[in-house]
Each structure stands twice: as C-alpha cells, then as structure tokens.
Design a protein around this ligand. Structure first.
Ligand code: SF4
Length: 225
C-alpha cells in the first residue's frame, strides 16, 4: 500500500483510518471472481472467534478521501469493496461510499450487522453479516437492520457447527430473508467440513447460496490478496 498519511489528511474532515488498499479478486458474495479494489478500514468493535482480519483491529494510517479515490483509480478496476474490520465504525465511511458511487464504481460494503445501515447510499450493495451463536458475537446483531434490506443487498452467515446451521435456518425463515435478497451460508474455514454444510443445505432444499471464500482457496488468506 502507498502510505499517504499527511498533515493535510490529519486536518481534513474527509478522512478515514485505513489498514490497506489493494487489488485482488472478489472472494465471495454476488460479485465473486471480479477484479476488485479493496479498501480496508481500520477498527472493529466485535471479536468474532473466527476473525481472519484481526490485523485490521488496530494501527492503520489516516487517508483523505481524495487520496483514497486516487489510489482506487490507480488500480483500474470497476468494482470496489469497502471492508474492515467494521467499516461503519468510522462514521465518515458513509460519505466515502457515496463518493465512490459518484465516481462510477460498482460499490459493495461488507458490514458486521452490528451497526445501523440506514444512511448507506442505496447505490451500494450491502453485504450484511448475521452473527451466529458460535461466532460468540450474536448478541451484537442489530435486528432493526433487516427490514432495511433490498434486493440489491445480501446477507451472509458464517456457520461454525450444526447448531449454528439450525439457528441460521430458523433466523432466515423467521425474517423471510430469502424473499428479500440473496442469503449466503459459508462454512467457518477450520471448524466444519464444507461438504457437511453443502449436504445440509441440499438435504433441506434451503434456498440459500453456499459459498467458499475464493481468496482462501487461491492464496491461503494472505493479507493483501
Ligand atoms: S465483525 Fe468481521 S472484522 Fe470484526 S471481529 Fe467479526 S469477523 Fe472480524
């Protein structure tokens, strides 16, 4: 990443603390496989037991919006994914998302589901997590987010056990989520066999999308890939 933490960035109201900006392939959700610029914001108030981006909890550097836009443009991809950490933990993230949409990018946001999404620009495709009991952060789910979802959004549940799967199935049915948007079930990488989750979904004819994270298969989850 090209560091552009400057005195000007520190003074600007249009600035965010970032861990990295990099070009890769989108590893999950609807735009899987597209070359995508990832803008990873620093910080997260949650501590999911399977978190694979703990390196983004602390540190980072201040970037002003113009520098972020310039760095995104330098990579030359049509898709931009704003992620974290929990990007919405920094309030100015909302304004950055709109700036990226104004610049003509296909913008997605990966969010924990613990912070209000009401102010997010409707042009953004929101990929909203619902935390399962075995994530150890289910008490952080902000259920008032669910009625805000549209067909442009997606819901993601990381499944750590058969108990998580049964819980997730109930939540999806109770909130009729598959009537609203795509619902993605992912296996927690080291905790259940992906084929077990696939078998459960098929046996139940569950109208959800199974997904494996492409970047883990390709690059073993190296930071910046
Ligand atoms: S919300 Fe995401 S970044 Fe935060 S602890 Fe959970 S998995 Fe990690």
């Amino acid at each position: 990443m090209n560091a552009v933490s400057t005195d000007a960035a520190l003074a600007s109201p249009e600035r965010l603390r970032l861990t990295e900006i990099f070009l890769s392939l989108q590893g999950e959700a609807r735009s899987i496989g597209w070359p995508t610029v990832f803008v990873r914001l620093t910080g997260c108030p949650l501590r999911c037991q399977y978190c694979d981006t703990a390196y983004a909890f602390h540190g980072g550097q201040w970037w002003d919006f113009d520098a972020i836009l310039a760095e995104v443009a330098r990579h030359g991809a049509r898709h931009v994914c704003v992620t974290g950490g929990e990007p919405l933990a920094q309030k100015r993230c909302i304004a950055l998302l709109s700036r990226l949409c104004d610049a003509g990018y296909e913008v997605s946001l990966e969010t924990s589901g613990a912070i209000d999404i009401a102010e997010v620009d409707p042009r953004v495709s929101r990929v909203l997590d619902i935390k399962t009991p075995d994530s150890k952060e289910a008490h952080r789910n902000l259920w008032s987010n669910l009625p805000l979802l549209t067909a442009h959004d997606q819901v993601k549940l990381v499944i750590c056990s058969r108990e998580d799967y049964d819980w997730a199935k109930d939540v999806v049915a109770q909130h009729r989520l598959t009537d609203v948007c795509d619902v993605l079930f992912s296996p927690s990488f080291t905790q259940i066999k992906p084929s077990d989750l696939a078998d459960w979904i098929v046996a139940d004819r569950l109208p959800v999308r199974f997904q494996l994270q492409l970047h883990k298969l390709l690059w073993n989850d190296e930071p910046g890939r």
